[in-house]
Every structure is written in C-alpha cells, then in structure tokens.
Design a protein around this ligand. Structure first.
Ligand SMILES: [Zn+2]
Ligand SMILES: [Zn+2]
Length: 279
C-alpha cells in the first residue's frame, strides 16, 4: 500500500506554500488498484498524474463529506472527462450517493461553471458510505465512521497488505472525548492523518474568534489522540489557509512534544507501507 498527498490544505486553497496550497485530496494505491479520498483542488494534479499513466483508468472515490474544500476540484479532474474512465464514488451517509451526485452536478450548473456534469463521459457509479459498514474493493477494506463535524463527516480506516491508514479530516477531537467507535477506528494505525487546523490559542479564542464547535482540532489534540490510540505515525492535515509554512512547521514541532512521530502532511509526500517501504 502507498499513500500520496495531492491536497493537504483546509477550507480554501492558497498559493505560495511549499507544504501545499491545494485542498484535500489523497491517493491510496495497492496492487494496481487506486482509491481517491476527497476531491478538493488537489485532485487536478492527481488527474494529470493519471493522464501520464494513460487510459483506461479506474478509481474508487470516498468522500469524507461535501463541504466545498472536499468537492471543488472535481470539475478539473481530467480523467472524469474520458469515456474510458470508470469511477465508483461513495458519498457520506444514507442517500450519500445521491447527495454526492447532486452536489457535484450543482457546482457545475450555471452560473458557476461553463459545462455541466453530464458532459463528463466517464462511467460514474454512485454509492453510499455508511457508519460502521466496511466496503471491500480490490485489495482494500475501507471502514467509515461518523466523526464530530458540523453537518457530519466520515473518517475512513483503510486496510490493505496487512497495513492500515486512517484518513480523519474535518474532525473536532480531543483525547478525553474519544468515543469507542472513533477510538477503534484510529487504534494502532500505521499512519494516522488527522485534522490539526488550529493552534490551541486560536481554538480557545486567545487569538482571533474562538473556534470551538467549528469542527476542527488543534495539533496538540491530534498528537495526544495519536498517542492515546497508539498510532505509529501522525500526519497533521487540513492546514489553515491563514497559516504560512513556518507556522505549520512550528505547530508540528510543538505537537512532537506530545507524540514524537508527527509531521505535517505535505503535497507530493508519499508514504510507503511494509515491504514497499524498504524498496
Ligand atoms: Zn474541510
Ligand atoms: Zn468540513
């Protein structure tokens, strides 16, 4: 299994960041199969990467939720325009497939976009990802769990080749508030990608407007959670658009006081698991 980050920013894309300015999009591959987590602006570059591999292309896409920073890149995902591409797309919750199709369609309606969703020639199949219901696809076992976020959000545990990767973006977590479901989802993950949008001072309102209830965690909470669930490594994710690279690096440095194997998720970064890690 291999994970590659194409978008690591939260809320809205920014320019001029070495760590990464594109919003959420993560690719997971194993044995020639491809998963795509979220379709923030980072999916444009993933599309370019797939076009270099050449058609036909096949991918299974899982959406954490439908906030704009997780869907906005889809109209710029070139493989979706090709008849040779097959996309199986899971939206969150009951009727998640329908809701996902509707959101992707609406963001391409006039006056927002020049061409409609129906112009995309790829074969798109929509399904629903439900809390606690594992979906098996290719070598992957994908388990979604509801996490605390306004209007809801799913975190995903992805297992393949004896390894585990957890994608938990857009979640307001603290180590003393972990429910058994969420705790089990995160438990012992080989790599844990966790929302860490705010500093504790931003979260509490010591700096700026208080952010409690906005659905995001601090890097200290993320690190304490990673330690509590015995994760092997932590990737801080959903960087705030107002944070420059130095601040994101400093946040990771501070988080390392709580959980040593912490780093910021970076655009372009690859994580190799198991035997592939030694290649
Ligand atoms: Zn978000
Ligand atoms: Zn959100």
């Amino acid at each position: 299994m291999e994970v590659r980050f194409f978008g690591v920013r939260g809320s809205i894309a920014v320019s001029g960041s070495r760590i990464g300015g594109n919003t959420a999009c993560v690719e997971v591959t194993s044995q020639g199969h491809r998963l795509i987590l979220d379709a923030g602006t980072g999916i444009r570059a993933l599309g370019e990467h797939m076009m270099k591999e050449g058609p036909p292309q096949k991918a299974t896409m899982f959406f954490s939720h439908l906030h704009w920073d997780h869907v906005q890149g889809f109209p710029f995902f070139t493989p979706a325009y090709l008849a040779s591409t097959e996309l199986t797309m899971y939206g969150p919750g009951a009727n998640g497939g329908q809701a996902l199709e509707s959101v992707l369609s609406k963001q391409m309606e006039p006056p927002h976009f020049p061409v409609p969703l129906s112009i995309l020639r790829s074969k798109m199949t929509f399904g629903s990802a439900l809390h606690g219901k594992t979906i098996e696809t290719g070598p992957f076992r994908v388990t979604p769990i509801d996490v605390p976020h306004p209007q809801g959000c799913l975190a995903y545990r992805i297992e393949a080749d004896g390894h585990s990767f957890v994608y938990a973006t857009d979640v307001e977590l603290a180590r003393d508030q972990l429910t058994p479901d969420v705790g089990r989802l995160l438990e012992g993950a080989d790599a844990l990608c966790l929302d860490a949008q705010y500093t504790p001072d931003e979260y509490s309102g010591k700096i700026g407007i208080p952010k409690k209830g906005w659905g995001h965690s601090t890097m200290v909470d993320a690190a304490q959670v990673a330690k509590a669930v015995d994760a092997k490594r932590l990737l801080l994710f959903h960087h705030d658009p107002a944070h420059n690279d130095d601040l994101v690096e400093n946040m990771a440095e501070e988080a390392r006081n709580h959980f040593f194997a912490t780093e910021p998720a970076r655009e372009g970064k690859r994580i190799l698991f198991g035997a592939a890690a030694n290649a």
